[in-house]
Design a protein. Structure first.
Length: 78
């Protein structure tokens, strides 16, 4: 599959937007049609990350905003 075809296919996938903050992050889950499927918050902790991954399918594209606490994402990944 060429890159252009793969990218077009991805444009029709589910998307999650996350506003990452120090204690809680806010999630907006959007369908391929552009409709909001769900809004929720999760704690910035191991348990919160587990909750997030249990609610959002693995193949979902993710976009995030991280301007108030850039070290948080690194701590979560490590």
């Amino acid at each position: 599959m060429n890159v252009k075809r793969r990218n077009r296919k991805n444009m029709n996938s589910q998307v999650v937007g996350i506003d990452i903050d120090e204690e809680k992050s806010t999630v907006t889950y959007i369908s391929p049609e552009g409709k909001v499927k769900e809004n929720f918050e999760f704690d910035m902790s191991t348990d919160g990350y587990i909750e997030f991954t249990s609610r959002i399918p693995r193949e979902t594209r993710i976009a995030f905003e991280l301007d108030s606490a850039p070290d948080i994402l690194g701590e979560l990944i490590i």
